[in-house]
Design a protein around this ligand. Structure first.
Ligand code: IMP
Length: 222
């Protein structure tokens, strides 16, 4: 692997270390790569490594799960790894689906249309037709055995009266964002990143990298 270095705006040397993104979710990878575009790192997806068994998700919070994933994949690859855990919290549903967002509804709700229907149904059972809600993203960067950076981002909005829009992914069509007057599935990807939970968390990582660089694994330094 080749690494290069240059000067940061603050005049500090920036080492172009490799940062592995530990998610198989192509939508997330696309958003993260675009946010880190131009940062002094070589970004690599986890699927550039030989197949690694997915870890069991351990943890009761987004941050705990992100940490566990980052440590697992850093141990498995020997690389500097960033992992994130994210999801939708609906206040009227006491924060559900939360950390269970990806598998909400289990085998009876395998499509997002079915997950949306389940959320609307559960809100109806509680006598509400809308609710405040937020997306949350926790990220952790780890080297084998140690977490070296963590960040967190949220975006506040509401559950839309019905799904709208075809952009984005996951719960975007039912997440209405009042400052833009539309759901996140109705805004272009770059505008979503400007305001999103993932955009905020990964821009914090980007600021950290710009200031401090990333740990460089043995054999990477030029
Ligand atoms: P994870 O892989 O356990 O972090 O699953 C996160 C899940 O939360 C995704 O599969 C989506 O269902 C949901 N989610 C996270 N971020 C977003 C987003 O930006 N838009 C829509 N849904 C999201």
């Amino acid at each position: 692997m080749t690494c290069s270095s240059s000067e940061t705006p603050a005049g500090r040397p920036a080492i172009f270390a490799r940062l592995v993104i530990a998610t198989g979710n192509a939508n997330k990878v696309r958003e993260i790569v675009s946010i880190l575009d131009g940062a002094p790192v070589q970004v690599a997806a986890i699927d550039t490594f030989p197949p690694i068994a997915e870890p069991e998700e351990h943890g009761a919070t987004f941050a705990e799960i992100a940490r566990a994933k980052a440590l697992y994949y850093a141990g498995a690859t020997g690389a500097v790894v960033v992992a994130e855990d994210s999801g939708l919290e609906v206040d009227a549903l006491s924060g559900a689906p939360g950390i269970h967002s990806a598998r909400y509804g289990g085998d009876t709700a395998t499509t997002y249309e079915a997950k949306f229907a389940l959320i609307y149904d559960q809100m109806r059972q509680r006598g509400v037709s809308t609710s405040s809600a937020r997306f949350v993203c926790a990220l952790a960067v780890a080297i084998p055995g140690r977490v070296v950076f963590e960040a967190h981002g949220t975006i506040e909005g509401e559950i839309a009266p019905s799904p709208r829009g075809s952009g984005g992914f996951g719960y975007d069509p039912i997440f209405y964002y009042p400052p833009m007057g539309c759901t996140l599935a109705e805004v272009p990807a770059d505008r979503k990143s400007e305001v999103s939970h993932r955009g905020k968390a990964f821009r914090a990582l980007r600021r950290f990298i710009d200031q401090h660089g990333l740990p460089v694994r043995r054999g990477e330094a030029s």
